[in-house]
Design a protein around this ligand. Sequence first.
Ligand code: PLP
Length: 398
Amino acid sequence: MSEKFTGSFTQQEALPEAAIEAALNVMRHGRLHRYNVAEGELGETALLEQEFAAQVGAKYCLAVASGGYAMATALRAVGVKHGDRVLTNAFTLAPVPGSIASVGAEPVFVDVTENLTIDLEDLAAKADQAKVLMLSHMRGHLCDMDRLMQICDNAGIIVIEDCAHTMGAAWNGVPSGRQGSVGCYSCQTYKHVNSGEGGLFVTDDAEIAARAIMLSGSYMLFERHLAAPPAEAFEQVKFETPNISGRMDNLRAAILRPQLRDLETQVARWNARYQVIEAGLRDTPGLTVVERPEAETYVGSSIQLLLLDWAADALQEVIARCAARGVELKWFGPPEPVAFTSRYDSWRYAKAQSLPKSDRILAGIVDMRVPLTFSLEDCAQIARIIQAEVSAVFQAAS
Ligand SMILES: *Cc1c(COP(=O)(O)O)cnc(C)c1O
């Protein structure tokens, strides 16, 4: 009998006791709306913003309803208008092109490399097509950020960073989200902190911050923010900026604050799991592990394997055989989108674009979540199963 994995790929850890206590406290006093504070009280949401700004070294921070909302707000706040084109990654998830479409703009997709990062040559070639780049650090892979910023600065392109998978990551020591004009993070259950849904927005630009705060639905209560620019920044903005409500509430902020204090510990735990899986898969014929650059501090909350240039039926067989042994792998190759997996050509609201180089890579990407509820032994077992099944199918096919 071959071994079978019995854990759940979608089971998160319980929230820390400090988060549960903080949530109970908010529920007991009932002031869940961020601007509903007692005399002299600093609300949980305002405190969360202040703490996250300090954590990533940003001047300003805004907590919102989701990561996708943070990205759409960023696009609006930097001035993207209906009909504008916005550069973005061909390899990403649906909320990214969705944020672009939500402001009536047009995504222009940029190729992915075998390192699963944005292709900087393709970016340079397309730099004259848009004034904004929505850069997705998809699955936590950071491109050469110094080179990217150089390309974008030279072309006058504003960079917004989608850090849904890089909260806690860094490039050359600079926290992810701090090189572009705006960094956007998700606090959704499957990301690095868990409030069910939620998002964080950081910037050093006072006007962008003021616009984002007004957009999120602050009415004229922006002075209750602790990580906001001074009141002068709102003088014009407050009359010109529509309210598109997407505020975070005090309950979610309360459960996020203790989790952010634990982030570094959690990152180390993710990486320990990631490294066990990676070590177990290295040297598997037909399988390429994605090498992590020296300059990158990553968060191994998921792992990607490349089965490049495999026939689709062989690849599908690997997925099926692993599934039969309890290992849930997601493949980016199938023609129709499945579950969370999707490709640039599944977003048919965007103009059809041809990216043959990306097609080859997407067809070989296999993706797996690494929840913290897995033990290191679980991770070793998962790697053994994947290695055995990839090897078996590979040998049969060659
Ligand atoms: C989850 C995710 C987001 C934002 O998601 P929300 O669910 O809106 O918080 C953005 N980009 C990527 C790549 C994601 O996976």
